[in-house]
Design a protein around this ligand. Sequence first.
Ligand SMILES: Nc1ncnc2c1ncn2[C@@H]1O[C@H](COP(=O)(O)OP(=O)(O)OP(=O)(O)O)[C@@H](O)[C@H]1O
Ligand SMILES: [Mg+2]
Length: 340
Amino acid sequence: MEMKEQVREPDFVLEIRHLRSSFFTRRGEVPAVNDVTIQVPRGKIIGIVGESGCGKSMTAKSVMGLLKYPGRVVSGEILLEGRDIAGMKERELRKICGNEITMIFQEPMTSLNPVIKVGKQVSEALLLHHRELSRAQAREQAIEMFRKVGINEPEKRYDCYPHELSGGLRQRVMIAMAMVCRPKLLIADEPTTALDVTIEAQILKLMKQLRDEIGMSIIIITHNLGVVAELCDYVYVMYAGKIMEQAETFELFDHTAHPYTKGLMDSIPRIGSNAEHLHTIPGVVPNLLHLPKGCLFSNRCPYADDRCRQERPELYQVSQQHCARCFLLEKTGEEAEAHG
Ligand SMILES: Nc1ncnc2c1ncn2[C@@H]1O[C@H](COP(=O)(O)OP(=O)(O)OP(=O)(O)O)[C@@H](O)[C@H]1O
Ligand SMILES: [Mg+2]
């Protein structure tokens, strides 16, 4: 059978378009997420990197509808398979989050209930979204997922309380809980920071395996470019609430364009190495209440000139699928308007 050739839209599970999320404090508006556009293709692993405080978690929480007062989404779209979930009512959103999108947080104890057995917590998560299942079926699937995430003797662990498990096992329980509903998208916010390096490597490998098996998309939030190199297909580099550079992972490492990304590259803590003698970028992140007029990185950038301190650069196209927000690229690149 012959099909008509069509230009097909790329298949994005999630598209964040021009998202702005702020905290409204007594001292003024804190623009934590400042016009962020991110695309997550089906079955791909996307990394969001940047130093502490640059808006990574707030971006994730905006998607999950988890921003707490005085923070809120100000404008922009959050499209889950084309449906805008940014303006959704809490009840509708709860149905989606936990089922179609799930999130793993940095510290598993904050999301596990200390007085309920871990197996029950996972099967309850499943039952919440799949009322058609019997308790026995839910238990079976939870145990199966424990096995998948590498928990030994899953039947025995099923009846353990969180405090009876090691940090690594608790994180695996969290991952099992996030995966058991077979989400389309998993958002992992610093999923392994609290773990030691061997367990970290195991968990990252496991996430990749599960991506291949279930075909879900993953957003990994990290300040560790080593994790990005290991795992991600595509990377967004965030600074002071804005995307400064975005590219396929190998492209980002081979042809780093933005001075901020270069600075991060020089401070890569590689998996398995100790992080004692880290080079860090001199200077501090600008105060979000008083953002500089020009480029947000200009006060720390070794290449900054007068123009950089006066004007904000747009995202310039470096090559196909690679953009950076820096005037250095103006001569070589075109403004990547489509990417926001
Ligand atoms: N309740 C609040 N009121 C005002 N500003 C806030 C509030 N909570 C967070 N912020 C600001 O929002 C910004 C973004 O924070 P976010 O947690 O997204 O950073 P992050 O990139 O996840 O950092 P980390 O790597 O440390 O987790 C920070 O600069 C922070 O100061
Ligand atoms: Mg964070």
